[in-house]
Structure formats: C-alpha cells, structure tokens
Design a binder for this molecule. Structure first.
Ligand SMILES: Nc1ncnc2c1ncn2[C@@H]1O[C@H](COP(=O)(O)OP(=O)(O)OP(=O)(O)O)[C@@H](O)[C@H]1O
Length: 251
C-alpha cells in the first residue's frame, strides 16, 4: 500500500483549476521529485496534502487512511511534515531557539513558572533541548546557534528549516524548493542531508525547479502540468520524454 496517495484531487481558485484531477502516489521509503512548469500546481499539491488548504474534490490517503482536509497539526502528529518555499523561522530568535520551538509540544514551557513544573515536564524540556542541540550540530549550524536567524544566508536558512522539521520526527517529509536561492556548495550539502534521511528510511517528496540537482537526487520524478499528472518514472526516462520537453520549452 502507498504511504501517500492522492486521488483525483481538484482545487480551484475563482475560475482557475490549480489542481485538475491529480492522482499521484508515493511508496514508503521512496525519494520522489515533483517538477513542472510555473503554475503547474506543485505547491497547491503540497498545500492540499499537508492540510494548508482543503481540496474541492478528491481524496488524500495517508497509509490508507483518508486524511482529506485534516489540519497540518493533526497530520504532523501522524508523521507528515513539510517545509515551505519561503522559510518560516522567526528572524529575531536565535538559531538554537528556532529549532527548539519547532518541537510539537513543550508542556509548561510558557504557561507555568519553573517552580511548578512537574518532573516529567522538566524531562521533556530537557529532551527537547538535547534533540535541538543535536540537530543544530548535525546540520553544522553550531557555530551559528546563538546568532539571530535573520542574519543567516538563504542556504543556511534552508538548513535551519530542515533541522526544524526534523524536530517533529517525521516519517514523510515534503520539501518545497529546498535548493531555491542556495549556493552550489550548500546545495550539495542539503542534497546529501536529504539523501541520508532517505537512506535511514524516511519517505521524502521534493518540489524543485533546479532540475539538475533534483534528477541526481531522486529515484522517481513526477511531472505536473496544468494541475494534473503529465508523466512519471525514473529521471532519465522522464527527462527525455517528448511531452516533458515540450512542457518546459513552452514555458
Ligand atoms: N491562494 C491562491 N489564490 C489564487 N490562486 C492561486 C493560489 N495558490 C495558487 N494559485 C494559482 O494556482 C496555480 C497553481 O499554483 P502553484 O503555486 O500550485 O503552482 P506551482 O507549480 O507551485 O508554481 P511555481 O513553480 O511558480 O511555484 C497558479 O496559477 C497560481 O497562480
């Protein structure tokens, strides 16, 4: 059974059909790239799947369960998390605090003075701190841990964003343009991190415009056009497909 399946997804904005009967599925453990010309519906696909917007038709199935229209918080609890094209960290907070804050629940952190926290709350807070520090180190952001996130470069922000979503311990990770605005060195670094997560068993779906990096990274490519599936398959076959070439030439 697929880990993620969308069936006949439809999303309209006014008269525009951003998704027009899209059906795509992703198996557990896959690393899949999603490409397509501007406006093809890639972000809307992620938005519908991750509960950011509700589709007007069709279904989203997660591990066989119908999760259509479920909230992003509820989906994150089941293990699906996503990043956004524009990163969402708080610029006036340090890198370390941004990662810590991403943890799904930190009981008592903001509501109770330290004195009244139970031992289990303190244990949980300690666990969050250690996990966050571990991720900051793994992503080689430790030298920036106490800097404000606003001072990071575009590529460093993308790394921070990855560290933040990993705090939620996902089994399905949706990445929206993780290489946009990133220099070649950090692009290789981020691609390596994504590959390593997938090697450890995480299912990953990546939207990306930068086709060279994407095709080197993924096992399978899905190409959208005008809100539906144009072609899918292994990268080499997809990129030499006449329909794909035409879709990109026509951009
Ligand atoms: N919130 C919205 N309101 C109105 N129209 C929208 C909205 N979100 C997306 N659209 C439209 O839906 C279509 C698909 O947009 P979407 O962002 O999903 O495409 P995309 O493939 O991700 O494009 P890009 O590569 O440019 O990011 C576009 O025509 C876009 O203008």
């Amino acid at each position: 059974m697929s880990l993620l399946a969308v069936e006949n997804l439809v999303k309209t904005f006014g008269g525009l059909r951003a998704l027009d009967g899209l059906s795509v599925s992703v198996d557990r453990g896959e690393l899949v790239g999603v490409m397509g010309p501007n406006g093809a519906g890639k972000s809307t696909f992620f938005n519908c799947v991750s509960g950011v917007v509700s589709p007007d038709g069709g279904r989203v199935l997660l591990d066989g369960a119908d999760v259509t229209g479920d909230s992003p918080e509820s989906l994150a609890r089941t293990g699906m998390v996503r990043t956004f094209q524009h990163t969402r960290e708080l610029e006036t907070m340090t890198v370390r605090d941004n990662v810590r804050l991403a943890a799904s629940d930190q009981p008592g952190e903001r509501t109770l003075p330290a004195l009244f926290r139970t031992e289990s709350m303190r244990d949980r807070e300690q666990e969050v701190r250690e996990r966050a520090d571990g991720l900051v180190e793994t992503f080689e952001l430790d030298h920036l841990a106490d800097e404000y996130s606003g001072s990071l470069s575009g590529g460093q922000r993308k790394l921070l964003e990855l560290a933040r979503v990993l705090m939620l311990d996902p089994n399905l990770l949706l990445l929206d343009e993780p290489f946009a605005g990133v220099n070649p060195t950090l692009t290789r670094e981020i691609a390596g991190r994504i590959r390593a997560l997938n090697d450890e068993g995480m299912t990953v779906v990546v939207i990306e415009h930068e086709l060279e990096t994407l095709t080197e990274l993924v096992d399978r490519l899905v190409v959208l056009q005008q809100g539906s599936l144009l072609v899918e398959g292994d990268p080499e076959t997809v990129l030499s497909d006449e329909r794909v070439i035409e879709a990109y030439l026509g951009e």
